[in-house]
Structures are given as structure tokens and as C-alpha cells.
Write a protein that binds this ligand. Structure first.
Ligand SMILES: *[C@@H]1O[C@H](CO)[C@@H](O)[C@H](O)[C@H]1NC(C)=O
Ligand SMILES: *[C@@H]1O[C@H](CO)[C@@H](O)[C@H](O)[C@H]1NC(C)=O
Ligand SMILES: *[C@@H]1O[C@H](CO)[C@@H](O)[C@H](O)[C@H]1NC(C)=O
Ligand SMILES: *[C@@H]1O[C@H](CO)[C@@H](O)[C@H](O)[C@H]1NC(C)=O
Ligand SMILES: *[C@@H]1O[C@H](CO)[C@@H](O)[C@H](O)[C@H]1NC(C)=O
Ligand SMILES: *[C@@H]1O[C@H](CO)[C@@H](O)[C@H](O)[C@H]1NC(C)=O
Length: 653
């Protein structure tokens, strides 16, 4: 990586990044302490009319003379930087380890092996019992009766509790994979397909640069021993976890793509929030259902009971189309009231046990990796807890992922292995740095292909070429579909680009189309675009800066009115413009700005957005973001979409 002059970048603030410090999106309330960020939900749907670009102006550039010159959006200057730049150093603490005082000599008192539970602790005074947990619904378990005699059990998740002198001293959740009988006749005729297992390790909030800093052992093993290729220029496609995960699983976007900067139509989301949230997704085609059609056994493990599909009140799956599903029985037992015993619900907290929830996922994923020697497998683990709130959340777990890769190296050698982030770290002051601001939009992506294909195909060299370009999660999805359906029928020897019908991305285990890859040609909302643009800081005490700041306030008020919350929330009034960056390039005669403005008392709310001025008219582009915390000040309304814009008239609580 080449080092660019950083100071210059920082001062001129060189990217389009909608920095959102707020947003406690897609996360469990248990992680929202007093220091709450409030709930943020990515904004979906149309802007009020007055902020929409006219949709009739097609062929606006006339296609005749001047426009032969490439517009700034038609290329993508990728961010090249040092992941260990000075500015990031103050935020990096390799010593952070929430379980540094854990008891390394501790051994579980009970064991679950081969569908049989046993007491393995020698203490004669221990009285142990165990019970099964299985999924009843997305929010409750079917809980078996306690059994006091060790022996056979027929469930994948077993809770064990031991007491000594009538006092409970031990609670533990065991897992095992109980293989299902072979899929006799897959829905798709798989004869003649070259099929490989596919495993995905998704680490929530892991960015490219953070991966480089935090997971040296895992990545050294992954790139050296497993010939894994890392894609440094992955662009997220949604604000938080769900609008990044759901597009990979289902191929559907959950956020609009605002194209008004190009005088193009807004691309609405494929699924509205309402549809996503209120309708069971069992019958939607997903990677899980499709892999099953291709004869695969499927697996999903998440370490947060609400999960990507449910938070905060969405229905998710009725009957998950997944053979081995860890989240519900396990996390329900661990997190939800009256599901697990009190002592069980404490056992992974407090750092006494050298085990955290990501270890439980890796255990179960390992059991799945070892299972089904005669069947194909698609496994996906999504570890939310480690990195969601901290720049330094992953470091101590590096060895755990490394160990998983080593322990299962025989199976993984014959598999596609993806290490992914969904987005980067969304919280904290680190986002004020160039790297932190980039990270949030630049999730980690690394791919290792089966050993045999490394020699017999061109995939490695093709992937290395594709890794020099900007990619999006839609391309990762296309890649997984390619593995499932297309390359598998061609012995993975096909190199020419292929447009998978109905898909928005292009597989990167083959050449991608030669059309320029940038945030105009790809389905990436501009607010997340990692392509670089030069910007200059300009004065904030001018009439222009004031007018731009006021336009921002107007846009926020329009959102509130649009949601019919004007009776509950105050009308925002511009107080001052805090920062104003002007893009060096003109965009079709428009000057583009990035503005942050503060509203008058009592809200003191700060908002940020991109704004364009053309012929003296100010237009706010895309999403307006809240850039300071709003805490409980918006509690009078429930809409996740509108809360960042709201300061309640009634601040009772
Ligand atoms: C835009 O221009 C292209 C080629 O010049 C033409 O085929 C197309 O019909 C035009 N579209 C509109 C809406 O005028
Ligand atoms: C697992 O249990 C079954 C039946 O309980 C037994 O037949 C089998 O030998 C056991 N396998 C191993 C590896 O212990
Ligand atoms: C659990 O115990 C209750 C009461 O003894 C009994 O009615 C029930 O059938 C038992 N459930 C199972 C699954 O054995
Ligand atoms: C599956 O495909 C193979 C090869 O393409 C063909 O020989 C076989 O008859 C097909 N089987 C069925 C059940 O259609
Ligand atoms: C899915 O489709 C089946 C068959 O059409 C139907 O019985 C079932 O109710 C559907 N499930 C959901 C959750 O919509
Ligand atoms: C940004 O400015 C620098 C220095 O003036 C220049 O070298 C570079 O090409 C510019 N980058 C873009 C994307 O215009």
C-alpha cells in the first residue's frame, strides 16, 4: 500500500462518508448502557418531494459535446493508505482483553458427547442435572424437563446445572450437531456438479483495516496456508447489519439508492421495511434454501438472540429453512427471561470462564464442519458480540479463529472459506479519523478456495485482479451463487464474466465485466461510497454556509412532517454551521458540499448531509444523518427511521 500524505487527506476530508456516530442499530438492548446512542435505522423510502430530483431529466447531458470527459463519479479513486497510520495508533489497544483474568484451569463439570451427557468433574458432592432446549419460535424455546441421570439426549442444545450443598455453582450450555439423514433427492439434479462445502465466518463490524490490525494470526494463516485472497475495497451497501446481511442471503436491497446527484431516478429498496419486518421469510429464496435445493446441509449460528432477521420486532422465520440453527435455542436460553436458569445466563459473563459467545459459535461451527463426511455443507456463523462496540474487540479472539482454521484444516482445504465483515465499526471517536471514517463503509472480505482449484484453475489470479477493484456485498452473493450453481457445472474452469439473472453483483471467482466499477455503476448508496474525492474546508461563517445549514434543518423538519410526528417533535432551527467541505470537482455544473450543522437549543442536534448547489438552488442529497447522540431525547416516538430527527416536545423521562 502506498502512503499518501495523510494530513492533506484529513484536512481536506477526502471522502463521501456519511459519518454516523449515533445509531445503535441492529443491536441488543443489553448492550445499551446508560451511555445510550438511541436507536437508528437506515433510512428507506423516498425523500419528501421538494428534495427529490426531478425524474424527467433523462439524457440531461445532451450526449453531444462536453460530456465526453469522464465525470468525477465515473471513476473510482480507491483509498490507499497505511492501516497503521499515526492517527489510528491512539485508538489501538492490543492489550484489551475482556477475559484476561479468566480461569484457564477451569474445565466444564459436564460433557455432551455423541448424544449422551455425563458428569466429568470428580467432586462427589456435586449434584448435576441437564435439560434440552430446542426452538419453539424465534423468541421462545421448547424446554425439556430436568434429567438427573446422565445418559442419552436427543437435542443439539443442552443446559447443565450443578449444585453443591444445595447451592447452584455451575451452569453451562453444551451444543452438538446431530446429523440428519442424507437428502435423498435434492430438488435440483446435482449429478455432474463439482460441489464443495462453503463456510462463512462473518464478524460483525470488522473492517478491512481493522482486520489487518486485529487478526494477524488468523490472516497470516488464511493468506499463507490457505492462499486466501483479501479484497481491500469492499463497499458496504447498507447502514448496519441487516441491510448488508439480507442482500447477501436473499439478494434483496433494504435501502434506497439515491441517484439524484446524477440526475437519475432514485432506486427504491427491493423490500420495504414493512414487508421485511411483518412477513415470515420462510418462502423467500435464500442462500440457505437454495443450497438445500442443491443437496447441501445448512447451518446458521449467531450470538445474539434478536439476530439479523428479528431486531427489534420483526418476525423473521416461522420455520427456519436451516438444518442447524444455533441462535434460537442457544441464545434464547442464554439471554431471555425464564429460558435458561439464572446461573446459566451468567456463565459467559464476567470473564471468569475463558469462553465467550464467539467460542460457542466456533464450537458448534466446528461440530458442523466435522459432521456429514458424505454430504455437502453450507455453514454461516455471524459473531456479533466481539467487535460491535469497540475498535479493540477482536484482538484477543484472533487465536480462536486461527484455532478453528487449524483444527479443521482437512475439511477446510476442500472448501470455500469466506471471512467477512458486514460493515465497519460504527461507534466512537475513531470515526473522526480518516481510517475510522473509511472503515465503517469498508467491511473485511477474504476468500480461500479449495486447494485443488488453486492449481487447476485461474481463480486465484482472477480473484487477485478483482481484488484491485471496488466490490460490494452483492458481488460476494453472486460469487456464492456461482459456486453453488454455475461454476460447479463447469468444473470451476469458466473465466468469462457472467450476469446471473436477477442479480445485482458479479462473481469475483471469474472475470468481472469491463464496465468501470464505481458507485454510479454499482448498487452502492453514494453515502457509503469508498471512492475518494478531494474536498476543501471552507469558511462556516458565510451567508452560503448559513443557507446550506438552513436547508439541512428544513430537510430534517420535512422528514418529521412526512412521518406525521410534528405534534410530538420540535421544529429544528439552524443555529450554526459547524463544518463545510467543498468538493473540488463540479458535478454537472453543481457544486457539492458536505455539511455539518447544529440546531438551536434545546435540541443542540447536529446533522450532516451532502448538499448540491446548482443555479443558486440548494438541494440536500440522500440521507441526512444525525451526527451527535440523541440518547433518550426522541423516546416519544418509536419509528427508528425518524428518531434521529426528533427532539420530543415533552422531555418527561
Ligand atoms: C437517451 O438517449 C439515447 C441515445 O441517445 C436514446 O436511445 C434514448 O431514447 C434517450 N432517452 C430519452 C428518455 O430521451
Ligand atoms: C455413540 O453412541 C451410539 C449409541 O449410543 C454408539 O452405538 C456409538 O458407538 C457411539 N459412538 C461413539 C464414537 O462413541
Ligand atoms: C415433564 O414433566 C411433566 C410433569 O412431570 C410431564 O407432564 C411432562 O410430560 C414431561 N415432559 C417431557 C417432555 O417429558
Ligand atoms: C441428472 O442429470 C444427469 C446428467 O446431466 C442425467 O444423466 C440424469 O438422468 C439426470 N437425473 C434425473 C433424475 O433427471
Ligand atoms: C410457505 O408456502 C407454503 C406452501 O405454499 C405454505 O403452506 C406456508 O404457509 C408458507 N409459509 C409462510 C411462512 O408463508
Ligand atoms: C486530489 O488532489 C491531489 C493533489 O492536488 C491530486 O494529485 C489528486 O489527483 C486529486 N484526486 C482526485 C480524486 O481528484
Amino acid at each position: 500500500m502506498q502512503n499518501l500524505p495523510f494530513g492533506a487527506f484529513v484536512v481536506s476530508g477526502c471522502m463521501i462518508v456519511y459519518v454516523i456516530f449515533l445509531g445503535f442499530a441492529s443491536y441488543s438492548p443489553t448492550f445499551v448502557p446508560e451511555n445510550t446512542y438511541g436507536v437508528y435505522h437506515a433510512i428507506v423510502g423516498k425523500l419528501p418531494k421538494m428534495y427529490q430530483q426531478s425524474e424527467t431529466k433523462e439524457n440531461i447531458s445532451g450526449d453531444t459535446d462536453t460530456s465526453n470527459e469522464l465525470e468525477p463519479w465515473d471513476k473510482c479513486v480507491l483509498p490507499k493508505y497505511d492501516v497503521w497510520d499515526d492517527q489510528i495508533i491512539p485508538y489501538v489497544n492490543p492489550d484489551r482483553n475482556p477475559i484476561k483474568d479468566c480461569d484457564t484451569s477451569f474445565k466444564p463439570f459436564t460433557a455432551l458427547k455423541n448424544s449422551s451427557w455425563s458428569i466429568v468433574n470428580k467432586n462427589k458432592n456435586l449434584e448435576c442435572k441437564a435439560r434440552c432446549h430446542s426452538r419453539k419460535s424465534d423468541r421462545a424455546n421448547k424446554i425439556g424437563n430436568w434429567s438427573f441421570t446422565p445418559g442419552s439426549v436427543d437435542c443439539e442444545f443442552l443446559e447443565a446445572v450443578c449444585s453443591e450443598d444445595k447451592k447452584e455453582v455451575y451452569g453451562y450450555l453444551h451444543s452438538q450437531v446431530i446429523p440428519k439423514p442424507p437428502i435423498e433427492k435434492p430438488n435440483i439434479n446435482t449429478t455432474g456438479l463439482m460441489q464443495f462445502d462453503v463456510f462463512v465466518i462473518l464478524l460483525d463490524s470488522l473492517s478491512y483495516s481493522q482486520g489487518k490490525r486485529s487478526l494477524p494470526r488468523t490472516l497470516s494463516y488464511f493468506t499463507n496456508h490457505m492462499d486466501g485472497v483479501i479484497f481491500p475495497y469492499m463497499n458496504k451497501i447498507g447502514e448496519n447489519s441487516r441491510p448488508n446481511g439480507v442482500p447477501i442471503w436473499f439478494g434483496k436491497s433494504l435501502e434506497k439508492v439515491d441517484r439524484s446527484l446524477f440526475d437519475e431516478k432514485l432506486i427504491p429498496p427491493d423490500w420495504s421495511h414493512k414487508y421485511f419486518c411483518n412477513t415470515f421469510k420462510d418462502n423467500e429464496t435464500s442462500l440457505f434454501s437454495e443450497f438445500h435445493d442443491y443437496g447441501y446441509r445448512t447451518f446458521l449460528a449467531e450470538d445474539w438472540a434478536e439476530g439479523t432477521m428479528n431486531w427489534p420486532n420483526c418476525v423473521g422465520f416461522d420455520k427456519p429453512p436451516i438444518d442447524h440453527f444455533m441462535r434460537l435455542p442457544f441464545q434464547n436460553a442464554y439471554e431471555r427471561r425464564n429460558q435458561g436458569a439464572a446461573i446459566t445466563q451468567k456463565h459467559l459473563k464476567g470473564g471468569k470462564l475463558c469462553r465467550q459467545t464467539h467460542n460457542t459459535l466456533l464450537d458448534y461451527m466446528g461440530q458442523f464442519t466435522d459432521a456429514y463426511p458424505d454430504q455437502k455443507k453450507f455453514g454461516w456463523m455471524w459473531a456479533i458480540d466481539l467487535g460491535h462496540n469497540s475498535e479493540n474487540g477482536f484482538t484477543h479472539a484472533d487465536k480462536d479463529f486461527h484455532n478453528y482454521l487449524i483444527k479443521h484444516r482437512k475439511q477446510l482445504e476442500n472448501s470455500f472459506v469466506f471471512i467477512l465483515g458486514d460493515h465497519g465499526l460504527r461507534f466512537g471517536d475513531v470515526r473522526n479519523t480518516f481510517i475510522g471514517a473509511l472503515d465503517v463503509n469498508n467491511p473485511f472480505t477474504g476468500v480461500s478456495i479449495p486447494r485443488i482449484l488453486r492449481r487447476t484453475t485461474d481463480i486465484l489470479s482472477i480473484m487477485s485482479e478483482n481484488a484491485k477493484n471496488i466490490q460490494s456485498h452483492f458481488d460476494t452473493r453472486a460469487t456464492i451463487l456461482d459456486i453453488m450453481k454455475y461454476q460447479s457445472a463447469r468444473s470451476f474452469a469458466e473465466t468469462e464474466p457472467y450476469q446471473i439473472p436477477g442479480e445485482k453483483g458479479h462473481s469475483y471467482i471469474r472475470k468481472q465485466p469491463s464496465t468501470p466499477r464505481n458507485c454510479r455503476t454499482m448498487p452502492v448508496p453514494l453515502e457509503y461510497c469508498i471512492c475518494q474525492f478531494n474536498k476543501t474546508k471552507i469558511a462556516t461563517n458565510t451567508a452560503n454556509a448559513e443557507a446550506i445549514g438552513k436547508a439541512l434543518a428544513l430537510a430534517v423538519n420535512a422528514q418529521i412532517e412526512d412521518g406525521n410526528f410534528a405534534d410530538k417533535c420540535i421544529k429544528m432551527e439552524w443555529e450554526k454551521t459547524i463544518s463545510l467541505l467543498e468538493y473540488e470537482h463540479k458535478f454537472r455544473g453543481a457544486t457539492l458540499y458536505r455539511v455539518t450543522a447544529e440546531m438551536k437549543e434545546p435540541s443542540k442536534a447536529q446533522f450532516r448531509a451532502s448538499v448540491k448547489i446548482v443555479d443558486g438552488n440548494i438541494k440536500v442529497l440522500g440521507m441526512v444523518e444525525r451526527s451527535n447522540k440523541y440518547g433518550k431525547t426522541a423516546d416519544c416516538i418509536k419509528s427508528e427511521h425518524h428518531r434521529p430527527y426528533c427532539y420530543c416536545k415533552n422531555q418527561k423521562n
